[in-house]
Design a protein around this ligand. Structure first.
Ligand code: SAM
Length: 259
């Protein structure tokens, strides 16, 4: 079967790298693992060594018969992860495995073209996430972990994800490890949820507004904040969006929302 470019299909073919990713994911015995985009099962085939509780979500319906044949004990769903409802996944897993799970561990060699959208959707289910081990283009990873000193890389994705997660880098992967090879290097990394205390819960409850707030702040990077968000406290008005730190954005957002 030919790899489908529009589905971001780059299949891992280097077994050493696959084992390194699985090691890095650090799967525990009773974990419920959700693998997004299992493809031809490069990572999937190692999962049963760690846990029997695996859910596969693959958009490409042509891959489903192959997955069902090879992974008979896993719950396999032909769905689009951009719109996945993790509450439904948890319910489906409870029924399928007849076991009460509380959290989901996500593993994914993300389809490059929609990786961000999938991650942003998963954030809607933050309290259900144990952690996420993912691969994206190296450049996307760099945007996610960027700070003001990284200038252009720093933005919406950095602040949104760093508000909710500690991010741990695994390693970079050469295009040669994939078939067909992508044009760029990839990075494996882990999102480790920060504790959902009162403060973080405020951001979680305000997620839609928080995203709007960040989108607006970074909508005209070259302008000073006073021309984009005149409602910001006066200390920030002469700065540009990329000169304001994560902690400052969090405190501005709280102030503007009377929290
Ligand atoms: N896990 C396999 C591997 O590492 O070899 C395949 C990874 S490949 C980069 C991405 C996979 O995600 C493909 O199997 C593709 O069909 C699937 N995919 C693409 N878009 C998707 C979506 N919106 N939801 C779920 N799966 C998707």
């Amino acid at each position: 079967m030919k790899a489908k470019k529009y589905l971001g299909q780059h299949f891992l073919r280097d077994e050493n790298i696959v084992r390194k990713i699985i090691d890095f994911a650090d799967i525990e015995k009773e974990d419920l693992v959700l693998e997004i985009g299992p493809g031809k099962g490069a990572l999937t085939k190692y999962l049963k060594n760690f846990t029997p509780y695996v859910v596969l979500v693959e958009k490409d319906k042509e891959l489903i018969p192959y997955l069902k044949e090879n992974f008979t004990d896993f719950l396999i769903l032909n769905e689009d992860a951009r719109y996945l409802n993790l509450k439904d996944i948890l319910d489906a897993a409870r029924k399928f495995f007849n076991k009460d799970f509380k959290k989901i561990k996500v593993l994914s060699n993300l389809p490059y073209n929609v990786g961000n959208i999938i991650l942003i959707n998963l954030l809607n289910y933050f309290p259900l996430l144990k952690d996420l081990t993912v691969m994206t283009q190296k450049e996307v990873f760099e945007r996610i972990v960027a700070t003001p000193k990284d200038k252009k890389k720093y933005g919406f994705l950095s602040i949104l994800f760093q508000t909710f997660f500690n991010i741990k880098k695994g390693f970079d992967i050469s295009p040669k490890a994939f078939l067909p090879p992508p044009k760029v290097y990839s990075t494996v990394f882990k999102f480790i949820p920060k504790p959902l205390d009162k403060n973080l819960n405020f951001f979680f409850k305000s997620l839609e507004n928080y995203k709007k707030f960040l989108t607006k702040a970074f909508s005209q990077r070259r302008k000073k904040i006073k021309n984009v968000c005149p409602e910001f406290p006066k200390d920030y008005l002469d700065k540009r969006a990329e000169e304001i730190s994560l902690e400052e954005y969090k405190s501005i957002f709280k102030k503007l929302n009377n929290h």
